[in-house]
Design a binder for this molecule. Structure first.
Ligand code: HEM
Length: 559
């Protein structure tokens, strides 16, 4: 989440060099040789020669690895410019990442090279490709050794002892229920996605950084007045301005990933994220500077802390620059806030669509925790139906709807269905994993793959299938970069949902209060699968979210 001006500069330098070597030098040579108008043919000849030599190099590298090329999308215009435009245009109204996934259906394969502007840009829906040892450029914007170090710093914060401490959840969920009750009685509807994101932000800030963010105390979006934000709904107070900037950066960054290495072409004259990053910094900097000062003072005075060290304490010790600490912190915050907020919002959405499941989940909550018992880490692990509802939601709406990696500089191979002929993976190339298709694949999940049916998780046959093919369900991904916050997120979501269901009998969708532009586009009805039946707009910008928020009203249990 850092400004990308260096990247744009590098792109400009590389492009200018290419223009210089591919156009100006051949023209100059033509002029030296007095070729007159024939000089114009030299750049074309040069490009043809270069492209033939590149293809030859690649096929030599591929045959050294006994690998076959990744199928390539064939556009109508040079450099697949029409494909690039199609991705950008359809991106505005697409259902999740269907605009990319449709290429797989069109070409009948699970991995494709979009080859945008003559650059390899790989997309895959084959989960085996996740396990490969790529350089990371995921939620943590780092790679190789730097990533290993950061992962080592984060690991101790997710050990069982720490995540089974439910004090923070107790406190924050009490606050959440208070705010929800006020919003529900004061207005005809409220945006529960926004509330969940505030809750997950406050919990993450306290758990990871020992900071009180107090976002549940800031003004909420108001039904009928709220406008469409970059992801959810928007407010224009200080906190709302920060949130909008935080979400705008994610939208911009995920659009860059979709376009691939050529994204600076769309931002030649201005870095779209720069203003947003300044807003984010001015909101978060005072908190971070204070925490850094306190940690330093305590260390210098030899005063023991009256609390266990937080992730922020460790980041401060291991990273010298406050700016770097800040970027690191914002990356982890996005990993923790947007993902868990997403799954909770989609659970409520699906419960609104399936009152029978909602009723059964509520009885289950009463069976496990009674009418006002507090969940503990141990009881959460045993709440089988709650875990089934959460897993089924994570299956249909995986919060991390795209994973981006870069291959190492040396070409390598990727598994294909033919064990003797893997795919040839070029060096230093972006590869994007799109997990939704895997989670809704009928071959894995049966004919009802698009349906929300938590009962499937109680069927021993599914446990067997998952043991044989763990790649069919990857909401937390797999391999070395698997989410370290998985247990924490499941505990957090279970805790809050249980507390909500103890108090509220039902939730209803209030589409009339969705901000303008956030209802599902009418053309979705012509498509197959869930897209045709969706009553909200699931959209993806790194994390999945409900466009414009999820506006609902709740009915209190008065019995
Ligand atoms: C339902 C909630 C969550 C889901 C679905 C989820 C999913 C994921 C996924 C798929 C990744 C890998 C992304 C990539 O490599 O491109 C990831 C990484 C990460 N997640 Fe989560 N996550 C959730 C909640 C959390 C929470 C609550 C925390 C922290 C408290 C957290 C912390 C992290 C961190 C630090 C990483 C980066 C790991 C690395 O790069 O080594 N996540 N998460």
């Amino acid at each position: 989440m850092a400004p990308e001006s260096n990247y744009r500069l590098r792109f400009l330098k590389e492009t200018s060099l290419q223009i210089f070597t591919g156009l100006l030098i051949p023209l100059f040579v033509g002029w030296l040789l007095h070729l007159g108008l024939w000089s114009m043919a030299l750049p074309v000849l040069f490009i043809l020669l270069r492209s033939t030599s590149n293809s030859y190099q690649r096929s030599k590298q591929a045959s050294a690895l006994s690998a076959k090329p990744i199928p390539c999308v064939r556009g109508k215009w040079p450099g697949n410019i029409d494909i690039l435009l199609r991705i950008v245009q359809t991106g505005r109204t697409t259902y999740m990442r269907r605009n990319l996934e449709r290429f797989f259906d069109e070409y009948g394969c699970d991995i494709l090279n979009l080859r945008v502007l003559w650059k390899d840009t790989i997309i895959t829906r084959d989960a085996r490709h996740l396990r490969y040892s790529f350089l990371g450029n995921g939620i943590f914007n780092s790679d190789g050794d730097a990533w290993h170090k950061k992962r080592a710093v984060t690991r101790p914060f997710f050990v069982r002892d720490r995540i089974s401490d439910m004090d923070i959840m107790d406190r924050q969920s009490e606050k959440f229920l208070q705010v929800l009750a006020d919003a529900n009685t004061s207005y005809p509807a409220f945006d529960i996605q926004d509330l969940f994101l505030r809750f997950t932000m406050d919990v993450a800030c306290e758990f990871l950084f020992g900071i009180t963010a107090g976002s549940l105390d800031s003004p909420l979006p108001i039904a009928g007045r709220a406008t469409l934000g970059h992801k959810g709904s928007a407010t224009d107070d200080d906190f709302g301005t920060f949130t909008q900037a935080f979400e705008a950066v994610q939208v911009i960054q995920s659009a860059r990933f979709l376009i691939g290495d050529s994204w600076p072409l769309f931002e030649l004259f201005s870095d779209k994220s720069l203003g947003m990053v300044t807003t984010i910094q001015s909101w978060s900097r005072p908190n971070i500077e204070r925490a850094i000062r306190e940690a330093k003072d305590a260390r210098e005075a030899g005063v023991p802390r009256n609390r266990a060290p937080t992730l922020l304490d460790h980041l401060i010790e291991s990273i010298a620059e406050p700016d770097d600490v800040q970027f690191e912190l914002l990356n982890v915050l996005m990993a923790a806030r947007d993902t868990t907020g997403s799954v909770m919002a989609f659970v409520i959405y699906l419960l609104c669509l399936h009152p029978d499941v909602a009723q059964r989940l509520r009885s289950h909550v009463f069976d496990v925790w009674g009418k006002d018992g507090q969940p503990s880490y141990a009881t959460i692990q045993k709440s089988e139906y709650m875990q089934a509802v959460l897993n089924e939601t994570l299956r249909i709406f995986p919060p991390v709807a795209m994973g981006v990696r870069y291959s190492r500089s040396k070409p390598s191979s990727l598994p294909s269905d033919d064990p003797n002929r893997p795919f040839f993976m070029p060096g230093s190339t972006q590869i994007t994993l799109l997990p939704t298709d895997i989670h809704r694949n009928k071959a894995f999940w049966g004919e009802d793959a698009d349906e929300f049916r938590p009962d499937r998780w109680l069927d021993p046959a599914l446990k067997q299938a998952l043991a044989t093919n763990p790649q069919m369900f990857i909401p937390f991904f797999q391999g070395p970069r698997i989410c370290p916050g998985q247990q924490f997120a499941m505990a957090e979501a279970t805790y809050l949902l249980a507390r909500i269901l103890q108090k509220y009998r039902k939730f209803e969708l209030c589409p009339e209060y969705q901000p303008a532009g956030s209802r599902p586009p009418s053309e979705w009805k012509q498509h197959n699968g869930r897209e045709a039946i969706e009553k909200c707009w699931p959209a993806s910008a790194f994390t999945l979210h409900i466009k414009g928020g999820l506006w609902v009203r709740a009915t209190l249990d008065t019995a």
